[in-house]
Design a protein around this ligand. Structure first.
Ligand code: ADP
Ligand code: MG
Length: 683
């Protein structure tokens, strides 16, 4: 017997339910429904109202209706494919109930002759007579039929009736959970408790009542459990004691002096935040967030420099080798010769690699640059004090935690990302980290002029790039991504390359999904060295790489991309001091809505603003990179519409943190919603 006051009952296997066997369980598992709790989020989409009954003469064809009738006569044709038929009537007329693929015994059982029975279904009309085909709702007890029946988006093999049945079973037996929220929070939701809220959630007439207390409370539970788990991870990491780093601000100044520019206020502010973490005795676990081109690299390199000056090693990891190399070169130029800097490259021969590994373990390298290869097992650091990870928005909470553990207690962790997302999502995705934000861009940066052009006006575009090339500038030409086919992708890029190469012989190169890694690095390096003028590519141009001499980007079939994605693409240019241009090309005239969207992009260069507007239009699921980002899929909560709930959750979490409140009362919440192990350490 299950203890009903226990939340664990909700985590039990689906087979606990009556009428659920292996077959249904397997079908549900395919839909990621593994236990009773998961089933609670299978919500009615709408309902069919079968509560009102009608007389046969008043039936409306094509509608779902309920009638009470008396079966009069069977017809069981012995010819294959002909349906079984039961002629029925009430005092006002006749109707046929038709059964395809049915057994005689079954039909006799559910519609016995001369007995009143209630049936419900969609009314048809055939050869001058009403008919009901394969009616599913049939009962002698009219009250069982005359209800509102929930409709669900169906899983193959599981009918609406089964869903109704099994979900009702769970709701009938909901355990009585002790309230986990404070009175203050609960008050905001009309003091509705979790059980009541679940019951309301499943009432068909409540479908779509997102503003009601029951819905808001349950959405809040979801958000809050995520924040709570994040907060616990953050607290745990912060508690780790480390050796404080000690460095001189004079040395830092000497580096800043060498720069060709002065740091923006936000760069200074975020650098201070990072430095404060470095000199503290608590381990840093920090995210540096800033739009493309906001100048995150230099901030992280100065932090690296400070770390080296306090006697530690630093590892900087980038998603691609070419980006790692660019950071490496920048550091080489900036730092004095007595700082040892190396790059682990996939291209180096084994001897060179072994040499680097030896030097790393003997503390003869101060800063190492590379891709994820840096964190392979065979790489041993002597005295690692800081890990910097660039452009790794695809890392989820668990990966980050593992990385932080791998560096050891003395190792601080700094992540950098340019994925501009609204604050509510930052809290959700990166709530386990402390946050530093660069919102202003360098003043010298000129906004990227953004235009739209119809594809048949390509001659104008060619004229424009000719002029730019004469000035010595370089051009990105992004070809449409054709999702259905990598082959087509490839051929459209090849065609464009051939077309442009005819116009500008020897000045064009091509990069696409099939280009192998070495060729790709070579092409990008040659583009960096200005050895050719136009780079035709599909969207695979790497993020983060600086091409200061490229100031024009043409994006074909621009309506294939989301605004945030277009903004990121456009961020590949405009990093130098030149005027830069982005031309969005379209196959046909824009619709009113599309024009509105594109105007957001033309009028703003602020990635945060653009992503927020984009979300309002498209919902958050579709935005750049979120699908792979490991962001939790909320079942009810919506980062756009429930902004107030996210803010409330943040406030409540901070209150609990400040008061150092015991969080063991949240155990059921965390166990049910996040399945997080973190709670085992606390409660
Ligand atoms: P991101 O934040 O996208 O990683 P980067 O760090 O690559 O941006 O910086 C983009 C370019 O801006 C680089 O060429 C960098 O040297 C330059 N830069 C960085 N900070 C400033 C600044 N304060 N003023 C002018 N240019 C800067
Ligand atoms: Mg960068």
């Amino acid at each position: 017997m299950v203890n009903k006051s226990n939340y664990e009952y909700l985590l039990s296997d689906l087979t606990t339910l009556k009428g659920v066997g292996i077959k249904t369980t397997n079908l549900l598992k395919k839909k990621k429904i593994n236990n009773l709790f998961d089933l609670l989020w299978k919500l009615p989409k709408s309902y069919t109202d079968r509560s009102l009954s009608s007389k046969i003469k008043d039936l409306k064809i094509g509608e779902n209706q309920t009638i009470t009738i008396v079966p009069q006569k069977y017809s069981f044709p012995r010819i294959r494919n002909l349906p079984n038929k039961v002629s029925c009537s009430d005092e006002t007329g006749d109707i046929d109930c038709i059964f395809f693929n049915s057994y005689e015994g079954y039909v006799r059982k559910i519609l016995p002759l001369n007995q009143e029975i209630t049936v419900s279904g969609k009314i048809g009309f055939f050869k001058n007579k009403y008919q009901l085909t394969n009616p599913k709702y049939i009962s002698e007890d009219a009250s069982l039929i005359k209800q509102k029946h929930n409709t669900y988006s169906l899983t193959e093999g599981i009918s609406e009736k089964i869903y109704n049945k099994i979900i009702n079973q769970i709701i009938d037996k909901l355990p009585l959970l002790k309230e986990w929220h404070s009175n203050n929070v609960l008050n905001k939701f009309g003091n509705i408790n979790w059980n009541e809220a679940i019951i309301e959630l499943h009432k068909s007439e409540n479908v779509g009542n997102y503003k009601d207390n029951f819905y808001q409370r349950l959405a809040f539970d979801e958000i809050f459990s995520t924040f709570l788990v994040n907060s616990e991870i953050r607290k745990k990491i912060r508690k780790i004691k480390k050796k404080a780093k000690i460095f001189s601000s004079e040395k830092q100044k000497s580096i800043i002096k060498k720069l060709a520019f002065s740091l923006t206020n936000d760069q200074k502010k975020t650098l201070d935040e990072i430095n404060n973490d470095l000199i503290s005795t608590n381990k840093m676990f920090r995210l540096l967030q800033g739009d493309v081109g906001s100048g995150k690299t230099i901030v992280s390199l100065i932090a690296a420099y400070n770390t080296v000056n306090s006697g530690f090693q630093v590892a900087l990891m980038a998603p691609t080798e070419i980006l790692a190399r660019q950071h490496f070169n920048f550091a080489k130029n900036l730092f004095s010769k007595n700082i040892n800097i190396e790059l682990i490259s996939g291209k180096s021969d084994n001897k060179t690699k072994k040499n680097i590994l030896d030097k790393l373990s003997n503390n003869k390298i101060d800063i190492i640059f590379g891709t994820h290869a840096i964190f392979q097992k065979k790489v041993n650091f002597n005295n690692l004090g800081l890990i910097i990870i660039d452009e790794q928005h695809k890392f989820g909470v668990n990966q980050r935690k593992r990385l932080s553990d791998k560096g050891g207690d003395n190792c601080d962790v700094l992540l950098m990302t340019a994925t501009p997302i609204p604050r509510t999502l930052t809290m959700t995705m990166y709530g386990d980290m402390d946050l530093s934000i660069i919102s202003e861009k360098p003043k010298s940066r000129k906004p990227i002029k953004t235009y739209s052009k119809l594809e048949n006006k390509i001659d104008d575009v060619i004229k424009f790039i000719k002029k730019e090339m004469k000035l010595g500038n370089q051009i990105f030409w992004v070809c449409p991504l054709i999702e259905e086919s990598k082959k087509l992708d490839h051929s459209s890029a090849v065609k464009k390359f051939e077309y442009l190469n005819k116009l500008f012989p020897g000045q064009v190169s091509l990069l696409h999904g099939k280009t192998d890694t070495t060729d790709k690095e070579n092409i990008l390096n040659n583009f960096l060295k200005n050895e050719f003028k136009i780079l035709v590519s599909t969207t695979i141009i790497e993020v983060g790489i600086d091409f200061p001499n490229a100031n024009v980007i043409i994006i074909e079939n621009a309506n294939k991309f989301g605004l945030s994605q277009l903004h990121q693409l456009r961020g590949r240019v405009g990093r130098g001091d030149k005027e830069s241009t982005c031309i969005l090309m379209f196959k046909s005239n824009l619709s009113e809505n599309a024009r509105k969207r594109i105007n957001i992009l033309k009028e703003s260069n602020d990635g945060f603003y653009i992503s927020e507007e984009d979300m309002k239009i498209r919902g958050f699921g579709d935005i750049l990179g979120f699908k792979q980002s490991g962001i939790k899929n909320f079942k009810l909560a919506d980062p756009i519409h429930n902004n107030d709930l996210f803010l409330l959750a943040e406030k409540e979490m901070r209150r609990i943190e400040l008061a150092n409140e015991d969080i063991s009362k949240f155990k059921p919440l965390i166990k049910l919603y996040d399945r997080a192990d973190i709670i085992n350490d606390i409660a």
